[in-house]
Design a protein around this ligand. Structure first.
Ligand code: DHE
Length: 569
């Protein structure tokens, strides 16, 4: 298939690419597509999937099932369960049928310049799977089941009730300097002792586990899998272990807990992509208390959207509120959890395609990327209103961003970009530096595009920026380090993967230790290859330690307990 694809690619890619990116009607049924649909087929005796769209190419029931599974695992995150698009383009059946099976195979195999990975070139899908996917996305999207209180309660597993848990910390670990490390492809987290650099334990979590967050006290660690499985981990146990789990939906990315004074550890919140909703839970047990749907109308055109997914959620330190970012409708909800029975939410019109973000240093303003609108939306959580929409570069992707006191512009927050090689630095102090507030005051040059994460620490003079999704291998493996006291100087570029002796791997997600003197990186290798955690000395920018262990499979995010608990970034 590779040779055939390469040939077809040469002939068809420019047309195919331009049509997909312009989202205009493309060429009609290709000879290949006609061939696929006609004549004698080995499928004749196989039970066929009955599409309700006669123009969709045939598939067996088994193929459809495989396609559904792969779509959920690999594609839904960017394109949406209903395929209406967000980070990725819409993949609606009519448009896909116009492109045809052969062009779709090419996109899936080689990826696109817009950032879609090449699932064939990366060996993440076989030729047969690519063929299935090309036909699958021409079928109407199957609607996944809803997930209400009955299902949530049935999935809830209180493994160790509160009264059976320890009354004091039973281990001697310096918990505030523990890192929870996402092991993406095994659906696990590794808890690594930041002082000794030893793995404390590896715990099973949800599928392709996404993030870890800490409770206000720092005792409880919460993880969410992409399958909506939440784990509540008690760090006080002799060996930290999961004490409760729940499924909040079938597709999810976010979790956080109450941080306002008097509500320490009490309430947890999880956001879901499918069904599009958020759920409030008891923070100590994960018992579900209230589910709120986010289906509704886009903030601007006021069009109904059936799948407005919950992206990032953060917990306010200054009010009993969660900040819930609803991707497709572009609304930011301030959910007041002080009275769950009479829930009050403030709905803020922000910008569409909200994704990830973090607090400014004062923790009054939350800055979130509306990545497909090249915008950072800023919410003033004290006033409960939008402070600004700031235009930045192409597809901002801050993670939680980075805060520092700029020598020239005062307090600032920064984001890198997926779609260009710049770092946008935004003024965040409307009181004392009004002229700079909510403006891009600096644009720094990263060593590549495809940046996922950026980080500094209040005790550091360095800003570390990755380029993990750059198409260039050298850039993927390297990070830029900027001197915050002299930002006119170009960044130092360090190949982190090389320091770990790894030739294939993306370097991502800088995370400081509790003391702000070490910065940790993941070298995210292939599932069956080598990965590592690289610890850099922040002051000297020299290698301190490489952590390698056969259990460290595909490490990505790392969450230092103290920094996550206190939102230090
Ligand atoms: Fe993430 C944060 C969604 C792919 C690593 N990711 C987030 C958040 C969202 C999100 C909504 C914010 C959570 C919060 O703060 O409450 N991520 C998505 C996607 O929809 C997307 C694009 C596709 C998908 O299918 O999931 C996606 N993310 C990835 C990856 O491929 C990454 C690089 C590797 C991995 O582990 O899967 C990845 N995302 C992360 C990390 C964070 C994150 C490490 C937390 C950043 C932080 O510092 O807090």
């Amino acid at each position: 298939m590779k040779q055939v694809l390469a040939g077809v690619m040469m002939a068809a890619l420019p047309l195919a690419v331009s049509s997909v990116f312009a989202q205009s009607p493309a060429h009609s049924g290709s000879p290949e597509a006609t061939y696929m649909q006609g004549g004698g087929s080995p499928l004749a005796k196989v039970e066929m999937y009955q599409s309700n769209d006669p123009k969709a190419p045939p598939m067996t029931k088994e193929e459809f099932e495989i396609g559904r599974q792969i779509y959920f695992d690999r594609c839904a995150g960017c394109h949406g369960v209903l395929r209406k698009g967000a980070t990725g383009k819409p993949l609606l059946p009519g448009d896909m049928q116009k492109l045809g099976t052969e062009s779709l195979k090419i996109f899936t195999y080689y990826g696109t310049p817009g950032g879609m990975p090449g699932f064939g070139t990366a060996k993440e899908m076989s030729d047969q799977e690519i063929d299935i996917m090309a036909r699958y996305i021409q079928q109407p999207p199957p609607l996944p089941p809803e997930w209400g209180m009955k299902e949530m309660r049935a999935s809830w597993n209180l493994i160790v009730p509160v009264e059976k848990r320890p009354k004091r910390q039973m281990n001697k670990i310096n918990l505030s300097n523990v890192f929870s490390v996402t092991l993406r492809d095994t659906g696990e987290v590794a808890l690594i002792d930041g002082d000794t650099k030893k793995i404390v334990t590896v715990l099973k979590t949800g599928f392709a586990v996404h993030i870890s967050r800490l409770s206000k006290s720092g005792r409880y660690l919460y993880t969410t899998g992409r399958d909506g499985l939440i784990n509540l981990i008690d760090l006080w146990m002799e060996t930290p272990q999961t004490v409760a789990t729940i499924r909040t939906g079938s597709d999810a990315r976010s979790i956080d807990t109450s941080k306002f004074k008097g509500y320490d550890d009490k309430i947890a919140i999880a956001g879901t992509y499918w069904p599009p909703a958020y759920v409030l839970m008891d923070g100590f047990t994960l018992e579900p208390l209230k589910i709120m749907s986010t289906r509704g109308y886009t903030y601007d055109e006021q069009e109904y959207h059936p799948e407005p997914r919950v992206a990032s959620i953060v917990s306010s330190h200054i009010k009993p509120e969660f900040v819930v970012n609803v991707k497709e409708t572009g609304k930011i909800l301030l959910v007041n959890y002080s009275d769950i029975k009479n829930l009050k939410t403030t709905e803020i019109e922000a910008e569409r395609f909200l994704h990830d973000g973090g607090w400014d240093a004062s923790k009054r303003y939350f800055l979130v990327a509306a990545n497909m609108r090249d915008t950072i939306s800023v919410v003033d959580t004290k006033e409960g209103k939008l402070a600004a929409n700031v235009k930045v570069g192409t597809k901002p992707h801050p993670g939680r961003g980075a805060n520092w006191k700029d020598v020239k512009y005062g307090p600032v927050w920064a984001t890198g970009h997926l779609g260009d090689d710049t770092v946008a630095v935004i003024g965040t102090d409307p009181d004392k530096h009004k002229e700079n507030a909510w403006k891009v005051v600096r644009s720094l040059k990263n060593h590549g595009n495809g940046s996922l994460f950026i980080k500094t620490h209040p005790k550091s003079n360095n800003l570390w920026v990755d380029a993990a999704l750059s198409p260039d291998e050298e850039a993927q493996q390297s990070v830029s380090v900027f001197d915050l006291k002299n930002l006119d100087k170009p960044a130092q570029v360090i190949n982190i993967a090389k320091l770990a002796g790894i030739s294939k791997g993306r370097v991502t997600h800088p995370e400081y230790n509790r003391y702000g003197d070490e910065v940790w990186f993941s070298v995210w290798g292939p599932k069956d290859g080598e990965s590592a955690i690289v610890v850099m000395d922040d002051k000297t920018r020299k290698l301190k330690t490489v952590i390698k262990d056969k259990r460290l499979v595909t490490p990505t995010g790392k969450f230092n307990v103290y920094n996550t608990q206190h939102d230090v970034y």
